[in-house]
Structure formats: structure tokens, C-alpha cells
Design a protein around this ligand. Structure first.
Ligand SMILES: Nc1ncnc2c1ncn2[C@@H]1O[C@H](COP(=O)(O)OP(=O)(O)OP(=O)(O)O)[C@@H](O)[C@H]1O
Length: 426
């Protein structure tokens, strides 16, 4: 009945062929309800999409296996007997920095250098991982013989955690002990802030700057001859390997073997510095946080797999390349972020023109994909000792192009501010 009445009304008001009029009559069913349903549908879709994106974002922020390598239970910084000769126990309960330092100073007393003994700061060398690094003069008791030392400072303001970590680094140096190819700890100033680690001054600075300077027409400066032969490349390489053997004997590895982390003296004695990662290996069993330039890293490091001394062997191959090219950036044609894909295609660097086949074969053995296939530091050292017998001691390595540090940094994938000053002041 009702339908019939509605139909009659419609027929009365609308002509039979006037569809628009019919639609206007049925506005409620034809337009409003579907519009309402579509709106509800769109709102629901929006909410679902928002929830989905929110979940995605939280997953990205959560540190997954991609972000950090698995960290085994840490050796805490209370330094058990094996850790630092059994003479130090850092009281982790202490809450204020002053209390903490007061309680730990006796443990470091043997290393303490009275601040009055450190006279003037001669210059700031660079900013290290913990803070500024200075060259200073240390009073040796004989006023005519002040000694130049390097002060690694803890940047301020420093919280308890940073202080603990810094003292841990000092003690790690102490634990390592002396080796002629590792930069030597002379002492520390830790009874109050600012904290300093006092190191021997390896005055000629880092090997990378030295290599770049060898490209120039500089013959000699402060007793250092800026000429490099194949034989000397082996000589420096051998010393780095001795340092790596030393670390390996202590179940450690360096983690950042590169020309920028090797210091040289005028007699071409090489000393490995930048032991921050070895310290991490010591305390945590693995490397976690620091960003190392990718082009020096072994595939297992790039793949965030557990790594060891054989990853240093890979980097040692890159170091040989650096030396023989007088400090060229590795893989110049590959963007730093594409290095893993490059290596996954089993591509390695070609033999530089200045590199003999013997040296290139040594490099290639370092760049075997599987760690097991790479030689140990000792095996490598023996190969270098054999190679040095027939190496060229006359022909000086030459590269005509000078290095533009900014360009180098971009190609090598290094932050330019981490390159050190030695080169630019020349
Ligand atoms: N004993 C030293 N003699 C001369 N120069 C040094 C010495 N120690 C460090 N340097 C200079 O400071 C730079 C940075 O040193 P290093 O890598 O040891 O510090 P870092 O950044 O604090 O690293 P890490 O945290 O790994 O110890 C070196 O490349 C070198 O130029």
C-alpha cells in the first residue's frame, strides 16, 4: 500500500521519463546512504593505514639484528684480575663523578702524572673519539729536557658513564703493556676532571699524511725522509703485523687497521693507534657502536657478522694498497655505500700500476671472501719477510697528483673532520 502511494505521488510529481526528478525524490536511498557508507569506509581505511604506518615506524626504530651486532655478556669495568693485572677494581656503586674518581685514583696511582708536570699545551691535534687530543710538554725533572707528550682528554661535561669508560680505556692500555709497534701509554691524570690519558708523542703523525706528503716535492723534514720504496712498504707492513700478532695473542683484534691509524717515527718505526675498538672487543667481546669507514671493512664486518683478527687481515690488504698508491682512497670508482654489493660480486681492487705482482698476490690473499682462506698475521708477516728480500729498495714510489682532502674524504667515505691536521699545515 505504502509503496503504491509513494509511486502515485512520484508519478504525480514527476513525469514518467524524468529520471532526474525520480532520483531527487529518492535522494535518501540513492545519494545520502552510499555517500555515508563510502565516507565510513574511507575513514576506516585511513585508520588502518595510519596504524600500519605507525607499526612500521616503531619497527624501524627498534634496534634489530641489522643495527647492532650481537653483544655477548660484557666484561664489566670492574676489571677482574686477568683484565688488568689484578690491581684495579672500579667501584661501580659510586654515584658522583668526584666520589668515583676519589675511589678509583688509588687503583691508578702507579700511572698518575702530577698535573704540574704537564706544562703548556702546545697545540690541539684533533678531536678524538673521547675528546680533544693535544700535544703538550711534560717536565721530566731536567728543565733542559722537557718531553713532548700527547694528551687524550675526556671531553666535558662528562657523566659518570663517560668517566668510567675513559678510565676503562686507560686501564686497557695498561693491560696491553708495552709493544714497540703500539702507541705507548705514559700515564694519566685521573684524580679530578679534566681527565687525561698521557701517551708517548709519535711526532711525525699518521701514516696517511706521510703518504700524501710523499707525493709532494718535499725531500726531508725533521729527519723524516719523504720517499717511500717498495722495501719500506714491506718494512712498515711488517711492523703493523707484529702489532696485530700481539693483539691476537691477547684474543683481541684492532678493528680499524688503516693508514690513518698508524703513526710513524723518523726511522719509519710504525705504531698502531686508535685502540678504541680493541677496547670494545676487550670489554664487550665485539664491536658495537663506532662507525668505521666501510671501504676498509671485511665482508663479515659489512654483513654485521661476528669478526676477528682475519677482518684485520682484510684491512691490512687495504693498507698495503694505501701505501703503494701513496694514500689513494680504496675502490675510487665505487661509492662507499655500494661496497658490499661490489664485494658480493666477488670484485676486488685491480693491481695498482706501482704494485709488483708479488705484493698484489699478498693483497689478494688478504681479500679472500672467507676468513678461513686468509692468512693469519703471522703467516702474512712471514710472506712479507720473504718478499722484502727481493723488493726494490731504489725506485721511489711516485704519484704526481696531490690529494685534496675533501675529495679524498668523499671518495673514501670518511668524514673530513676525522682526517688529521698533519697534511694541511705543510
Ligand atoms: N701518540 C700519538 N702521537 C702522535 N699523534 C697521535 C698520537 N695519538 C694520536 N695521535 C693523533 O691523533 C689521531 C687520532 O688518534 P686515535 O685514533 O688514537 O684517537 P681516537 O680518535 O680517540 O681513537 P680511539 O678511540 O680509537 O683511541 C691520530 O691519527 C694522530 O694524528
Amino acid at each position: 500500500m505504502g509503496d503504491e502511494r509513494g509511486m502515485t505521488r512520484m508519478l504525480l510529481e514527476c513525469g514518467l521519463n524524468d529520471k532526474l526528478c525520480v532520483i531527487q525524490e529518492k535522494q535518501y536511498e540513492v545519494i545520502i546512504v552510499p555517500t555515508f557508507l563510502v565516507t565510513i569506509f574511507l575513514i576506516l581505511l585511513g585508520v588502518i593505514l595510519w596504524l600500519f604506518m605507525r607499526e612500521q615506524r616503531t619497527q624501524q626504530q627498534r634496534p634489530g639484528p641489522q643495527d647492532i651486532a650481537p653483544v655477548p655478556p660484557s666484561r664489566d669495568l670492574s676489571w677482574e684480575a686477568a683484565g688488568c693485572g689484578g690491581n684495579v677494581a672500579l667501584p661501580l656503586k659510586e654515584t658522583s663523578v668526584e666520589n668515583f674518581l676519589g675511589a678509583t685514583t688509588p687503583a691508578l696511582a702507579k700511572l698518575e702524572v702530577p698535573r704540574e708536570q704537564l706544562s703548556e699545551v702546545l697545540e690541539q691535534i684533533c678531536n678524538g673519539s673521547c675528546g680533544p687530543i693535544f700535544r703538550a710538554s711534560m717536565n721530566t725533572g731536567d728543565p733542559s729536557k722537557p718531553k713532548s707528550v700527547i694528551l687524550k682528554a675526556l671531553k666535558e661535561p662528562a657523566g659518570l658513564h663517560e668517566v668510567q669508560d675513559f678510565l676503562g680505556r686507560v686501564q686497557f692500555h695498561q693491560y696491553l703493556g708495552k709493544h714497540k709497534n703500539l702507541v705507548q701509554l705514559e700515564g694519566c691524570c685521573t684524580e679530578k676532571l679534566p681527565l687525561y690519558m698521557v701517551l708517548e708523542d709519535v711526532a711525525h703523525g699518521d701514516l696517511l699524511s706521510f703518504l700524501w706528503t710523499c707525493r709532494r716535492d718535499v725531500m726531508t723534514m725533521d729527519g723524516l725522509l719523504y720517499d717511500l720504496t717498495e722495501k719500506q712498504v714491506y718494512h712498515i707492513g711488517k711492523q703493523v703485523l707484529l702489532a696485530l700478532e700481539f693483539l691476537q695473542d691477547k684474543h683481541l683484534f684492532h678493528g680499524d687497521v688503516a693508514a690513518r691509524n698508524i703513526l710513524i717515527q723518523s726511522d719509519l718505526t710504525a705504531k698502531l693507534c686508535g685502540l678504541g675498538l680493541a677496547y670494545e672487543v676487550y670489554t664487550r667481546g665485539t664491536i658495537s657502536s663506532q662507525t668505521i669507514p666501510l671501504k676498509w671493512l671485511a665482508p663479515e664486518r659489512l654483513l654485521l657478522r661476528p669478526a676477528g683478527i682475519k677482518a684485520d687481515v682484510w684491512s691490512f690488504g687495504i693498507l698495503l694498497y694505501e701505501m703503494v698508491t701513496l694514500g689513494a682512497p680504496p675502490y675510487p670508482e665505487v661509492p662507499p655505500t655500494s661496497i658490499l654489493q661490489h664485494l658480493q660480486r666477488r670484485k676486488i681492487m685491480k693491481r695498482p700500476s706501482s704494485c709488483t705482482h708479488t705484493m698484489y698476490n699478498i693483497m689478494k690473499s688478504c681479500w679472500r671472501w672467507h676468513e678461513a682462506g686468509r692468512p693469519s698475521p703471522r703467516e702474512l708477516r712471514l710472506r712479507l719477510e720473504a718478499a722484502v728480500r727481493t723488493a726494490d729498495d731504489k725506485a721511489v714510489l711516485q704519484v704526481p697528483e696531490l690529494v685534496v682532502p675533501e675529495l679524498y674524504a668523499a671518495v673514501a667515505g670518511i668524514r673530513v673532520e676525522t682526517l688529521f691536521y698533519n697534511y694541511s699545515i705543510l
